[in-house]
Design a protein around this ligand. Structure first.
Ligand SMILES: *Cc1c(COP(=O)(O)O)cnc(C)c1O
Length: 229
């Protein structure tokens, strides 16, 4: 597995997809290298290959790896967060992408206040209303936004979305389009509302074409994760 080569190939694909982008063609696109289930040495390799953003989905796993990392990098939490992990999470992550309930937002605000931090967050939207997925249902988004806005130690930076795993990836396109529309509507009246995180290995090109400006890629950079990892 040549991480540096994969990383460069992905950057080229991102630029290709940008050419078909229907909205905000010059917007910066942030690549988050998702290192879940991989060891810290792969994390270092990705950073040495140019990764500036690293994504992890579990707090405990991330804590262990970050402790031994010895590299500067922007740290993203992309997985579901339980309230009993918020204290650790606010210490570890620059951006928590997976805020999906008022209960979690309130707990994060309190934990961030305790360490004197303003925590950047995204709200994860369950646009496709998949029962097995986390994320806030669209009809509850506004009240969660209001709560985050009222939280002194949280700063809302945008939205996150995980598309359904359709075998025909084109089926994701209208959902990505809808997310971008929602993002743009909110953005007109807000400050620091910059990030629309959507797109994984199987669907990131379409996500970018439809307006993603943060993509989260694991397999495309590191290859398949082992099933039991
Ligand atoms: C694992 C994961 C990714 C990366 O998935 P790949 O298909 O390996 O690119 C992206 N986002 C989230 C939320 C994940 O859990």
């Amino acid at each position: 597995m040549n991480i540096a080569k994969n990383f460069q190939a992905v950057l080229a694909e991102i630029e290709n997809a940008r050419e078909k982008k229907s909205v905000a063609p010059n917007e910066e696109i942030i690549l988050v290298a998702v290192t879940k289930n991989h060891g810290v040495s792969l994390m270092r390799e990705a950073i040495d290959a140019g990764a500036k953003n690293i994504g992890e989905n579990r707090v405990q796993e991330a804590a262990e790896k970050f402790q031994n990392l010895n590299r500067e990098v922007i740290r993203h939490l992309i997985g579901h967060l339980q309230t009993n992990k918020v204290k650790q999470a606010v210490k570890l992550f620059d951006l928590i992408q997976s805020v999906d309930s008022e209960h979690l937002a309130a707990a994060l605000d309190k934990a961030a206040a305790q360490i004197g931090k303003v925590q950047d967050v995204l709200i994860q939207v369950n646009l496709a209303r998949e029962p097995q997925k986390s994320g806030i249902p669209p009809e509850d988004l506004n009240s969660l936004i209001n709560l985050v806005d009222a939280s002194k130690n949280l700063r809302l930076r945008g939205l996150m979305f995980i598309a359904p795993n359709f075998s025909d990836v084109e089926k994701c396109r209208p959902l990505f389009k809808q997310m971008r529309k929602l993002f743009d509507e909110l953005k007109t009246s807000r400050e620091n509302f910059d990030f629309l995180s959507m797109g994984m290995t199987h669907d990131y090109k379409i996500a970018i074409e439809e307006g993603a400006n943060v993509v989260r890629l694991g397999t495309a950079i590191f290859g398949e994760r082992s099933l039991n990892a």
